[in-house]
Ligand binder design. Structure first.
Ligand SMILES: Nc1ncnc2c1ncn2[C@@H]1O[C@H](COP(=O)(O)OP(=O)(O)OP(=O)(O)O)[C@@H](O)[C@H]1O
Ligand SMILES: [Mg+2]
Length: 277
């Protein structure tokens, strides 16, 4: 965990009473979570509990309608920002299912993203070196730089490409949605090392969504949150992940899904916080 100096200097993402609907169906039922730079939080929960919905809502996916609550980054209203503004503000999402971008090479994509986020185009010569070194650390074949983004990439290659972006963009808050799924043992180690490098800078707060404690043996979380029925129903340290792996989620049956239907968000809902972003 980061020391207090790093924390004071770093960013804070605060989620309060967040409720989110998709196609009029309420998926998130009141999420409260604070992530500070240098901290690593793991979210574990059953399929369909809303973990990816939380990730998308933070990143600003238009299909996910925020119906209540607040998300702020260092006090700035994230929900009021467009998707690209969120990225520029320092919010990064590694998607569970990364999308293919035909016609755009990895190299062009990464340099455009770095330009948008850093506010100026990195000098070509320096950039080529920076990208090559980052790819080397992630054991990626340099030929990937010229391939179209995610087109024909294997599952594991897509995940490495997400972590390549993470390392090059150095966001304030990184949400990694099942970055470990489908990775072989060697790839899992390489990807975890990438996350740990970013984490050790102390400037990035990491939210790791996962089903497996396997990755948590490489990336030790400071906090583990249990996500059921669209909200956090339990919290603990790294040891909670081991307990979940042993016992599953049955002890939380019924949690998060209040009898009689929808429960109002617990946290205070700021006026104007409701948005259709
Ligand atoms: N675009 C969408 N259209 C319709 N339903 C959706 C959409 N996105 C999410 N949902 C529904 O919201 C619920 C939560 O989905 P979400 O993907 O957030 O779960 P998850 O916790 O990430 O699950 P998993 O562990 O399987 O990845 C599911 O019932 C899902 O079908
Ligand atoms: Mg998911």
């Amino acid at each position: 965990m980061a020391d207090s100096t790093q924390r004071a200097a770093g960013a804070t993402l605060e989620i309060r009473g967040l409720t989110v609907a998709v196609d009029d169906k309420e998926i998130l039922t009141g999420v409260d979570l604070t992530i500070r730079a240098g901290e690593t939080h793991a979210i574990m929960g059953p399929n369909g509990s809303g973990k990816s919905t939380l990730a998308y809502a933070i990143a600003g996916h238009p299909k996910y309608t925020v119906t209540g609550g607040t998300v702020t980054l260092d006090g700035e209203d994230v929900l009021a920002m467009a998707v690209d503004e969120r990225a520029r503000a320092g919010v990064f999402l590694a998607m569970q299912y990364p999308v293919e971008v035909p016609g755009v090479s990895v190299s062009n994509f990464l340099r455009s993203a770095a330009t948008a986020i850093r506010g100026e185009a990195p000098k070509l010569r320096l950039w080529v070196k920076e990208q090559k070194e980052a790819m080397g650390r992630l054991k990626m074949d340099p030929a990937f730089a010229e391939r179209n983004v995610n087109e024909g990439f294997s599952g594991g290659e897509k995940k490495r490409h997400e972590i390549l972006q993470l390392e090059l963009l150095q966001p304030k808050i990184a949400v990694l949605d099942e970055t470990d799924s489908g990775l072989d043992v060697d790839a899992l180690r390489v990807v975890s090392e990438g996350v740990n490098r970013v984490r050790e800078s102390g400037r990035t707060g990491v939210l790791l969504i996962t089903h497996y404690t396997r990755i948590l043996n490489y990336i030790r979380p400071d906090f583990v949150h249990v996500f059921v029925g669209g909200r956090i129903v339990d919290e603990g340290g790294a040891e909670l992940a081991d307990e979940l792996e042993a016992n599953g989620y049955t002890k939380y049956d019924g949690a998060g899904v209040p009898a009689g239907g929808r429960e109002l968000p617990r946290g205070p809902v700021a006026p104007g916080a409701v948005t259709t972003a």
